[in-house]
Design a protein around this ligand. Structure first.
Ligand code: ZN
Ligand code: ZN
Length: 232
């Protein structure tokens, strides 16, 4: 049975998923967090050589900031959706659209910051060995589960779904409000309709627990409640 651990790297959670011998890492945090990540791996009893794959849920600066350094330390392949492989390879920074007034306002500020201080969002380019186009089994990496495309936050967003019902979803869902008030509908997404379709896809697959990149885990049932509220 796979085991998993949250490794916060800056504002973004990375996750280690393991069968106790082989491991995969999901996302690579903000820039300069590689030592923090390796220290966390060591504390969990693993070294870099145990990492057989790094999966990038999508190419936003807060998920790929330490990717190149971690890839070099772990000497392992990287998987990303084919639709975002060119962004990763070129180091091109894109920001998502806002889905509500707060998100739209924050993105106006974000885009302004990107023009004035591009270094704040920059990351080292990485050429991915694996470009994902459809469901991809993780069995070759020792993990009982698969990578599935879950577009919405970005066109090439990916989730990792384990056979035991856990889903590691990147920014497909957000849960960073205090006092257990979340999850909230993501304030940032390129296509809100696709995002809801991806939630439905996860629920149809029988996912029971959601692990977002921002905030703590929560029962997948909460996505269904959010979907019902939005449709009323
Ligand atoms: Zn994102
Ligand atoms: Zn993010």
């Amino acid at each position: 049975m796979p085991r998993y651990y949250r490794i916060p790297l800056g504002i973004c959670n990375s996750y280690l998923i393991t069968n106790n011998r082989q491991c995969i890492l999901v996302d690579a945090g903000t820039v300069g967090r590689e030592k923090q990540c390796i220290d966390a791996l060591n504390r969990l009893g693993f070294d870099c050589s145990a990492i057989g794959l790094i999966v990038i849920t999508h190419v936003h600066y807060d998920h790929v900031g330490s990717l190149r350094a971690l890839k070099e330390a772990c000497q392992c392949p990287v998987a990303v959706h084919q639709k975002e492989a060119h962004l990763l390879k070129s180091g091109e920074v894109v920001l998502p659209a806002g889905t509500n007034m707060t998100g739209k306002s924050l993105m106006m500020v974000g885009n302004m910051m990107l023009r004035i201080h591009p270094q704040f969002f920059s990351f080292s380019p990485v050429e991915a060995e694996i470009t994902v186009t459809g469901e991809m089994s993780l069995e070759p990496f020792g993990i009982s589960g698969s990578i599935i495309p879950t577009p919405g936050h970005t066109e090439g967003s990916l989730s990792i779904v384990l056979s035991t019902g856990e889903a590691f979803v990147g920014d497909l869902a957000i849960n960073y409000l205090p006092f257990s008030l979340g999850p909230i509908f993501p304030p940032f997404a390129d296509n809100a309709d696709n995002l809801l379709e991806s939630w439905k896809n996860l629920l149809d697959r029988g996912v029971i627990k959601i692990f977002p990149a921002h905030g703590g885990s929560f029962p997948a049932q909460k996505l269904r409640e959010k979907m019902i509220k939005r449709s009323l």
